[in-house]
Design a protein around this ligand. Structure first.
Ligand code: FAD
Length: 370
């Protein structure tokens, strides 16, 4: 790059990881965010750096590279809360256990750090699991970050050195070769402009996306909750057997033997994922809504299902719910792992990693600059 300036649109994790990568390469960085602080998918997620569920091949490789990058780039930024806690996917019965055993025999099982554990061995890893289950798949490569803090903490770290400018409250409204104009009329020029505008498909990215013959992206809405502090320590993240119905790593013969989900879970396409936050609260989700217009409210039956499932696995009542929210992510409709397309010379749109965006963001940013 000639003058080594990179302009980034979007203060979510994808934009912020691009800022981190650009600064590491010695470029000047200007990062715009339309809100006073980013409040999209990147602060609404579980903070799961999730390797276990990834499809074999390029998706797994991207996630493993990203997981290594998470550990590197957060070494000096403790507020990100990166912890290599691993995960346990719990089998409710013999059918789910058979699928877990199949997954542990995958050729890439060692790269994922897969091991099948009986209930006693799973409780030795995570003593909070006081409920009933038939066995567990331990994944040592899964990790956790604090989503409400991660991107902001990385940006605060960048801002401690010269060469980085954070411009919140600036909505990018137009692009031209190597430049972007914000709503105040100011142009920001660089050798490269990276637009990481998440699930905003109108506005800046609108005309560009509308020119595709088929929509390359779709939006997905998820419901989440967080409890008040849980008294015990939940040492790993936890997934239930329903997660194996959705994650491609479990697309194995045994998946076809799984019975239908309970009606409430099937209706809301629910899976249980559970992570303990640093304050002790449990982040619990999620559901999946694909058809727009999305509901503007949250569905209490889905929460009842997820809370009951978590209580069953932990073997104890959950603390009261403290927060409920929904989030929307941007997902590619193609076989790609995420979407990257040139909007103008020197201007690139990067979005659409779907439910793997928090995980893969550091590696996606590296690929932009590679
Ligand atoms: C509920 C939920 C749970 C999830 N759980 C996980 C998980 O545990 N692990 C995982 O890997 N992934 C997870 N994901 C997916 C992950 O959160 C997303 O893929 C990722 O956060 C996308 O990051 P982003 O920066 O592209 O988007 P966003 O976080 O949405 O950021 C885009 C930003 O761009 C800004 N913006 C948009 N337009 C403009 C403009 N014109 N000018 C200036 N700023 C603009 C927006 O205000 C926003 O701040 C989850 C998603 C959700 C919703």
């Amino acid at each position: 790059m000639n003058d080594g300036t990179v302009v980034i649109v979007g203060g979510g994790i994808l934009g912020t990881m691009h800022a981190v990568s650009a600064r590491q390469r010695g470029h000047q960085v200007i990062q715009l965010e339309r809100e006073p602080e980013a409040r999209g998918a990147s602060v609404r997620n579980f903070g799961l750096v999730w390797v276990s569920g990834r499809a074999p091949g390029p998706e797994l490789e991207l996630a493993l590279r990203a997981r290594r990058r998470w550990a590197e780039v957060t070494a000096d930024v403790p507020d990100v809360g990166f912890r290599p806690a691993g995960s346990l996917t719990l089998a409710a019965d013999e059918t789910e256990l058979r699928l877990i055993k199949e997954a542990s025999a995958r050729p890439d099982a060692a790269a994922r750090g897969f091991e099948v554990l009986d209930p006693a061995a799973a409780r030795a890893v995570n003593p909070a699991l006081g409920g009933e289950f038939a066995g567990a798949l331990h994944c040592t490569q899964d990790a956790i970050v604090e989503p409400r803090r991660a991107a902001a903490a990385l940006r605060a770290h960048l801002a401690r050195s010269p060469g980085y400018t954070w411009l919140p409250g600036r909505e990018a409204v137009a692009v031209a070769p190597h430049a972007v104009r914000d709503h105040t009329g100011q142009w920001h020029r660089g050798d490269l402009v990276v637009v990481c505008s998440g699930a905003a498909y109108t506005g800046l990215a609108g005309p560009h996306l509308a020119a595709f013959p088929e929509p390359p992206l779709r939006r997905v809405r998820l419901q989440m909750l967080q409890t008040r502090p849980f008294p015990g320590r939940v040492t790993t993240s936890v997934a239930d057997g329903d997660s194996m119905r959705y994650y491609p790593a479990f697309d194995l013969p045994g998946r076809r033997a799984l019975p239908p989900q309970p009606p409430e879970a099937a209706r809301t396409r629910a899976q249980l994922l559970l992570v303990q936050r640093r304050d002790g609260g449990l982040t619990i989700g999620d559901t999946h809504e694909y058809d727009e217009p999305f509901g503007f409210d949250v569905d209490e039956d889905a929460y009842d299902h997820l809370r009951a499932r978590a209580e069953h696995l932990l073997g104890t009542p959950l603390p009261p719910t403290q927060r409920r929210w929904a989030g929307v992510y941007s997902q590619v409709t193609t076989d790609e792992l995420y979407h990257r397309s040139p909007m103008e010379p020197g201007v690139v749109l990067v979005t659409g990693p779907g439910g793997r965006g928090m995980t893969c963001s550091p590696a996606i940013a590296e690929e932009t600059f590679a």
